[in-house]
Write a protein that binds this ligand. Structure first.
Ligand code: NAI
Length: 488
């Protein structure tokens, strides 16, 4: 049976509650969904295992799911992204630190990797579920796909009757996952098989998690339906772009206080996140250089006015380097040694393998000094890079959440409204055949609904089609307005 909660300090709950109250004001989508559905409670009976950055905005999401009838257990999807006061407020709920009445949260800022995978197990461990599988989680709300992956890997190894040995581990983190699953298999050889059988579906927040879901769907190994929230237009074209446009400079400034204007900033990747990142840096007066592997995105960057170059060409020119690709090995240890003295290097892609941190740590003679939490200076020994140093933010993990507080509430209201609608779809339509074991996106009419919910707060006057105009365009007056393939 899972423990009740584990957070940094429950006495922070009041500070968290004040911030949640202000965030609610900035999250009209979530608050409208609360108003619309809190009487009918479409999520009554839902038991949601949530793995998503435990921030103030996520607190509003969690409390919306609860208002709609769900029971929830929560962990963060990143070791540095938790806002401890938000976690405390969610646990305390309407109670006191001594008698909390809120939601079991397992998250604190600065978890170790062992802690992280322990918290991932906790959200899947529901009281009483060992005796009665009907009490286990029936929905996953994921960001990056770690909770979904844990269930899939666990069930896969249980079917095989063994977890691969430590020699199979491809990284320190992989070794920890394998250890976790080995211990679980030894204690209960069918635990993840039972959990997987109870899951009606998963909703996935981000590009990287969707990539992992698509890989499982293509391999025929996906165990339950999934909704790709990322590819709702009101998610990826807003959160990934406008969210990062706010939280990337916020993270760089809080970490380093360096003036961005006039500097050369190299943005690796010009997808949705890269576009927001480049715009933010240019908006501060930086000279932006983009790297891309996709000719379409490279051409877009060029037409948006940015120099497009290979990283190797511009290593000596950049003052700040930001990876946004969702890929691996983008900035290598050799790249880091060729940068200017005190170049600032950070990542906003989901996982930490965009910058080769293990390779950096292995450079002979390199020294690491903590300037402050989540800001480290790595100095190369004379002879390797002439006593130069680079400043690495959040140890190569999401710097906008590690060095700042992530995206602001308004844009997260768009993303999380999609999450709530996805959870309602998966729960209320389970067993109807509408969502097969595949990766789905929400219907466009719901995407448009999410946008609609955010218009009034910004004073937007929306034009209504006349019947004649609608007939001419072949549309219903109430939408949807665009074909699925439309790219916005
Ligand atoms: P995307 O697929 O739209 O963009 C990624 C771009 O990187 C693509 O255009 C791709 O061609 C390019 N790319 C891939 N390998 C490259 C390489 N070696 N060099 C240069 N460019 C390369 O994905 P999106 O939505 O922009 O997301 C990117 C990452 O950011 C994902 O990991 C996603 O999960 C994460 N993300 C992070 C957020 C945050 O708050 N920090 C918010 C939203 C997404």
């Amino acid at each position: 049976m899972g423990l009740g909660h584990k957070v940094a300090d429950l006495s922070l709950h009041e500070a968290g509650r004040h911030q949640i109250r202000l965030a609610e004001h900035e999250m009209p989508g979530l608050m409208s969904l609360r108003a619309e559905y809190s009487a009918s409670k479409p999520l009554a009976g839902a038991r949601i295992a949530g793995s998503l950055h435990m921030t103030v905005q996520t607190a509003v999401l969690i409390e919306t799911l609860v208002a709609l009838g769900a029971a929830v257990r929560w962990a963060s999807c990143n070791i540095f992204s938790t806002q401890d006061e938000a976690a405390a407020a969610v646990v305390v709920g309407a109670g006191t630190p001594e008698n909390p009445e809120g939601v079991p949260v397992f998250a604190w800022k600065g978890e170790s990797l062992e802690d992280y995978w322990w918290t991932a197990e906790q959200i899947l461990s529901w009281p009483g579920a060992e005796q009665d599988p009907e009490l286990g989680p029936n929905l996953i709300l994921d960001d990056g796909g770690d909770a979904t992956m844990l269930v899939h890997l666990g069930a896969q190894y249980e079917a095989a009757g063994a977890v691969p040995g430590p020699e199979a581990a491809t990284s320190l983190e992989h070794a920890i996952v394998l250890d976790t699953l080995r211990a679980s298999l030894a204690g209960d050889p069918a635990r993840f098989t039972r959990i997987a059988a109870g899951i009606l579906g998963a909703s996935e927040e981000t590009t990287t998690g969707v990539m992992r879901l698509n890989q499982m769907a293509s391999a025929g190994t996906l165990l339950f339906p999934a909704i790709n929230v990322n590819d709702s237009v009101t998610k990826s074209k807003f959160d990934n772009k406008y969210g990062i446009r706010h939280s990337l400079p916020d993270g760089i400034m809080r970490a380093t206080d360096v003036l961005i204007g006039g500097k050369v900033v190299v943005i690796c990747g010009y997808g949705d996140v890269g576009k927001g990142a480049a715009e933010a840096m240019a908006g501060q007066g930086a000279r932006v250089i983009v790297t891309e592997i996709d000719p379409i995105c490279a051409l877009q960057a060029a037409m948006d006015g940015y120099q497009v170059a290979r990283l190797e060409t511009v290593l000596g020119a950049g003052d700040i380097f930001v990876t946004t690709t969702g890929g691996t090995g983008i900035i290598t240890a050799a790249h880091l040694q060729s940068m200017k003295d005190k170049a600032i290097v950070g990542n906003v892609g989901h996982f930490d393998d965009e910058i080769d941190m293990a390779g950096l740590a292995a450079v002979p003679g390199v020294r690491k000094v903590e300037i402050k939490a989540q800001v480290h200076e790595w100095t190369f020994a004379a002879g390797t890079a002439a006593e130069r140093s680079v400043i690495v933010l959040s140890e190569g993990r999401l710097l906008n959440l590690g060095n700042a507080t992530g995206h602001p509430s308004f844009v997260m209201s768009c993303s999380f409204s999609n999450q709530v609608l996805a959870q309602i779809e998966l729960f209320t339509k389970a067993g109807t055949g509408e969502y097969a074991k595949a990766v789905h996106v929400l219907p466009k009419i719901l995407d448009e609904k999410v946008a609609r919910l955010h218009l009034a707060a910004l004073g937007v006057e929306l034009t209504t089609l006349t019947e004649t105009q609608a007939a001419y365009l072949g549309l219903a007056v109430s939408g949807p307005y665009k074909p699925e393939a439309y790219r916005y």
